[in-house]
Design a protein around this ligand. Structure first.
Ligand code: NI
Length: 389
């Protein structure tokens, strides 16, 4: 079965928006230009209500169907922010801002949802309201939570949320999804190990926090392998180790470790938090150091609700014919999860083909995925709120 014909016609226009966003990437909440352009386009489509500044720089558009007999309201969400990466694609529409790049395809997500909004505002072939949501700060700033805290759900009475992300490695325009946990929960590890610095040639007069930190890093490898049920999934990665010494012959006073915890369920998350803390504190005590362990809760697990996953699959089947419904969960994190904590919904991947992975300087969103992605958003609205007979 084909994509909606209208999106084949709109492809050049949607592609032009996408490339314009790609050329002008913005970080986190600083998506002022992007948000302004999104709002301008939505108004041009004749969207009934356009509100800027939700969750600082988020944009919300409301499209009313021909009728509203059941009071149905569906939220469709895209993200707008880029990454602090120096682009290496060599594209003629590559980033004009050095060191900032749309390396996760949020330019594509924004353009596809704009395309769906244009189509839905033209056709209005549904009974109820579609709320199109353009969020800032997906890449670590919890912009989804900011929009929720700014009253997104209640102000527009959103009953279900649907979101999409592109994924390299899956055929262009194909769909993949799973019920339940789809993306991991992510928490930050911040550890400061304190000892007593001194001359490297007089180690017996010091308490070396770097040797202690090294032991902690090694001992952390047992958190997953010797604490977590082997049938559960988890990651503990220590990725930063900084001393306050820059000299090869000085033992420093303190060492800072930073890392991440990933989990697919709350019980594993709690278990890993407890184990990380216990291992750091116990190892430090054994080595005569003191330690501060600060575990910061980040994005929750992205959990697709059962019924809504089925709805998302049906819409994807209408677009692409077949859908991978049994993909493995991914240990990346996604702040659409904050919306799924508020209301039922589902998150789906649209294939980006054989490109570099997201967050790579040579990644690029494939514009050939646009008709499928935009059609899916439109199908979600029309299928969840069929036009009154
Ligand atoms: Ni992303």
């Amino acid at each position: 079965m084909p994509v909606k014909n209208r999106f084949a016609e709109l492809l050049p226009e949607i592609t032009a928006w996408r490339r314009e966003f790609h050329e002008n990437p913005e970080l986190l909440y600083e998506v002022h230009r992007t948000a302004g352009r999104v709002a301008e386009l939505l108004r041009g489509f004749g969207v009934d209500e356009v509100v800027e500044g939700i969750g600082r720089t988020g944009v919300v558009g409301v499209i009313e169907g021909r009728t509203d007999t059941n009071g149905r309201v569906i939220g469709l969400r895209a993200d707008m922010d880029a990454l602090p990466i120096r682009e290496a694609t060599g594209l003629d529409y590559a980033s004009k801002t050095p060191g900032v790049m749309h390396a996760c395809g949020h330019d594509g997500h924004t353009a596809m949802l704009l395309g769906a909004a244009k189509y839905l505002a033209e056709t209005r072939n549904f009974d109820g309201k579609v709320v199109v949501i353009f969020q800032p700060a997906e890449e670590g700033g919890a912009g989804g939570r900011a929009m929720v805290e700014d009253g997104l759900v209640d102000r527009w009475g959103i009953q279900e949320f649907y979101g999409m992300h592109n994924m390299p490695g899956f055929p262009v325009g194909s769909f993949a999804i799973r019920e339940g946990a789809m993306m991991a929960g992510m928490d930050e590890i911040n550890i400061t190990v304190r000892g007593r610095g001194g001359h490297a040639a007089k180690p017996h007069e010091t308490i070396d926090p770097l040797v202690c930190a090294a032991q902690i890093i090694v001992a952390m490898q047992t958190v997953v392998s010797r604490n977590l049920d082997p049938l559960k999934s988890g990651v503990v990665s220590i990725c930063v180790c900084k001393t306050d010494s820059t000299a090869r012959n000085v033992i420093s006073d303190a060492v800072r470790l930073e890392g991440t915890i990933r989990s697919l369920d709350e019980e594993s998350r709690r278990l890993m938090h407890d184990a990380v803390r216990r291992v750091a504190e116990g190892t430090a005590a054994a080595m005569g150091c003191t330690v501060e362990v600060d575990l910061v809760e980040g994005y929750p697990v992205t959990v697709n609700h059962p019924k809504e996953t089925q709805h998302a699959i049906e819409a994807a089947k209408a677009v692409a014919g077949e859908v991978d419904t049994g993909m493995e969960p991914m240990m990346g994190a996604e702040d659409f999860s904050f919306m799924l904590l508020e209301r039922p919904g589902a998150y789906i991947f649209v294939g980006n083909g054989d490109t570099a992975m997201v967050h790579h300087p040579k990644y690029n969103f494939d514009d050939n995925a646009i008709p499928a992605g935009a059609s899916w958003f439109a199908e979600m609205a029309e299928r969840r709120m069929p036009a009154a007979a």
